[in-house]
Ligand binder design. Structure first.
Ligand code: COA
Length: 184
């Protein structure tokens, strides 16, 4: 049956107020699985060097963005990159391949989070997938004044999560010890 009249309802759109703090993150603990971030991008000709290999900087940009999503999901706050600790380019990536970055929180301190990012490349024509990079980054959650603020604890009841946490903690201890040694 065709309606003879169309009635329009007036919809009131209220402006949404965004805040840097989306929840009281420091109160709760979260599992690493709660903040996993996956980001994929098809590599195009302008992203490769004259050997046809995707520029390292292109991969790093994706890694940084995927890690930022994971950090912000965990913290529920704006988070900034404070260091990119280690990047290993294991295999080249070529134009036409789909790059996927999978980021997860390995370790948290008071305001900082170590994020591990695994990069895979997929040849969409053959379906072949390769692990090409592994990266470790540290992010810090910041408040409305752009100062570091506490993040949620990490629930590492899963043995694999506990192993990653221990390794992240150890890396932090080694880095701090090296900093102290070099300053002395
Ligand atoms: C991130 C920032 C707010 C930290 O300020 P800060 O005064 O150094 O803060 P603090 O010394 O209190 O350190 C805060 C945390 O960062 C950690 N941290 C500081 N420098 C670090 C480094 N080089 N590597 C790893 N962790 C580091 C500290 O160990 C501390 O962790 P914890 O709270 O878990 O114990 C400040 O350095 C900053 O604004 N940097 C620029 C960030 C940026 O623009 N990034 C690029 C774009 S996103």
């Amino acid at each position: 049956m065709v309606p003879t009249t169309l009635r329009c309802r007036r919809i009131e759109v209220k402006p949404r107020v965004y805040s840097l703090a989306m929840n009281d993150a420091a109160q709760k603990s979260k599992k690493p699985a709660d903040s996993v971030a996956v980001m994929s991008e098809l590599m195009m000709p302008h992203q490769v060097n004259n050997l046809g290999h995707v520029f390292g900087g292109e991969v790093l940009s994706m890694v940084d963005r995927a890690a930022a999503v994971s950090a912000m999901r965990h913290a529920g706050r704006a988070s900034v990159t404070v260091s990119i600790d280690r990047v290993e380019f294991v295999e080249p990536i070529y134009t036409g391949e789909l790059v996927t970055c999978t980021a997860r929180v390995n370790f948290v301190g008071r305001t900082s989070m170590e994020i591990g990012v695994i990069v895979d490349a997929e040849n969409l024509l053959t379906g072949e997938k390769r692990h090409t990079n592994t990266c470790l980054l540290t992010f810090v959650a910041i408040d409305e004044n752009h100062r570091p603020c506490p993040v949620a604890r990490l629930d590492v009841s899963d043995p694999e999560d506990a192993r990653r946490f221990r390794e992240g903690k150890r890396r932090r201890e080694v880095r701090e010890a090296l900093d102290r040694e070099l300053q002395a």
